[in-house]
Design a protein around this ligand. Sequence first.
Ligand code: FAD
Length: 437
Amino acid sequence: MQTKKGNALIWFRHDLRISDHEALFHATNRHQKVVAYYSFDPAHYANTKWGFKKTERFRAQFLIESVQQLQKDLAQLNISLIIENRAPAEGLSYWTQELGTTDFYFQTEWTSEEEHCSQEVEKKLNPNISIHQFYGQFLFHPKDLPFHFSSTPEVFTVFRKKCEKYATIDPCLPTPQAMEKSNLLEQTFHCPSLADLGLTSFEKHPNTAFPFKGGSAAAQERLDHYFWKSKKLSFYKQTRNGLLGKDYSSKFSAWLANGSLSAKEIYWQIKKYEQEVAKNQSTYWLIFELIWRDFFKYISLKHGTKIFKLGGILNKNYEWQNSAHEFKVWAEGKTPEPFVNANMIELNKTGWMSNRGRQNVASYLAKNIELDWRIGAAYFEAMLLDYDVHSNYGNWLYVSGVGNDPRDRKFNVSLQAERYDTNGKFQRLWNQNTLFE
Ligand code: FAD
C-alpha cells in the first residue's frame, strides 16, 4: 500500500457523484486529507445577451438537490463538501491557501467558458500545488479510441463503428473507502436557495413527463426502476420516440449532464441486464444512444469554439433572421404549428422535452422561420433540466444544417405530429392551457 501524504482538494463541476469517480478515487488513495469543493458560479445564473437567464429554475433546483446529495454521500466517506456561490477562481484560491492544499483535482472541461474558468482558477493557485485532471465524462475514454480526438470522424456511423470495433470500455471505479473521521472540517456548508440564485421557486407541474429529482440516489433509483423492476429496458427501441409518460425513454440525461450518474455505470448495468434478463435490440439501442452522447463530446473536443459559431463546424454562410418577435412566438409556443407549441409549453412548464420534440422545434426554428439557431440553443440552455453543452450545441448544429448531418434534413412538423402523436393526446395535454408562466 502506498503511504498517504499531502492535502488534496477536489473541485466538483459536472461530476457530482462518488462512484466511478477518478479524481476522488485517486485522491483518497494518495492523500492524508481530502476536501471537496463546489461553487454555484454566479456567472451561470446571470442574464444572457438574449434577454433570459443562462440557467433557469428547473435545472437550478435539480442542481441544488444534486449537490445536497453529493454532500451526504461525501459525508459517508468523512469528506467535507465546501459549498459556495462565488467565482470558483476566488473560492478555490482562498480555500487552497486556508487548507494548505498540496494537490488539486478536477475533471477536464474543454468548452470555452468552462476552460476559461479552469484557467482563471489555475492562475490563482499557488504554483507549488500539483494539478491532476481526468476525463470522467466519456463512455469511451480518449486513451482507448482508435484515433486521436482531432481525427474524430464527422459521420456518426463511422465514429460508432470504429469505437465498437476497436475501443474498450473501462470498468467502473469503486466508491472509495471512508477516510478517518478527523478528515472532516468543523464547519458545515449549505446550498444556496433558488432565491439566493435570483430565481423563483415553483411546484412540479402535474402533467410533467417525469418528476425529476437531482442526485446520485435518485439516479440509481431510476436505473433500478427502468432496468430491474419494470424491465422497460427490454422495450426501449420501440418506445424511445414517445412523448407521454415516464417510461418511453430512460430519462437518464439530467443525471448524466451533471455527472450524478456516469455513462459507464449505465453501460455496465446494461451488460449485466443482458446476461441476467435478456439481450435484444433495445438493450443495444440504449448503448447506441450513449455513443451519440460521446460523439458530440468528441465533435466539440475536435472543433473547439466552432460549435458556438453561426456557420457551425461547416463554416456555412446561410442567411439567418434575427427577429425578437419570431423568437418570442416560438419560445412561448404560439406558432401556427400546434405540435411545436405543445413541446415548447412542456419545456416552459417542466424543463423537459422529448427527443422527438427537440428535433421538431429546433428544425422549425432553424429551417422554417430561419432564425439564428444560437438563440434556440441558448433558450434550451436556460430551460432544459438536462442541458449539456456538447449534446445541446452538437444537436442544434446537426438539426440546423451546420453540423454533422450528412443529409441536412428538414422536419415536416405536421407529418411528424401525425406520426408520433396520432390521436393528438400530447398536443391536447399542453395546448389546452397555453399561458406562459
Ligand atoms: P434516452 O432516449 O433514454 O437516451 C439515453 C441517453 O442517450 C440520454 O440520456 C443521452 O445521454 C443519450 N442520448 C440520446 N439521444 C441523444 C442525442 N441525440 N444526442 C446526444 N445524446 C443522446 N441531450 C442532453 O443530454 N442535453 C442537452 O442539452 C440536449 N439538447 C438537445 C438539443 C436538441 C436540439 C436535440 C435534438 C437533442 C438534444 N439532446 C440533449 C439529446 C436528446 O434529446 C436527449 O439526450 C434525450 O431526449 C434525453 O432523454 P432520455 O435520457 O430519456 O434519453
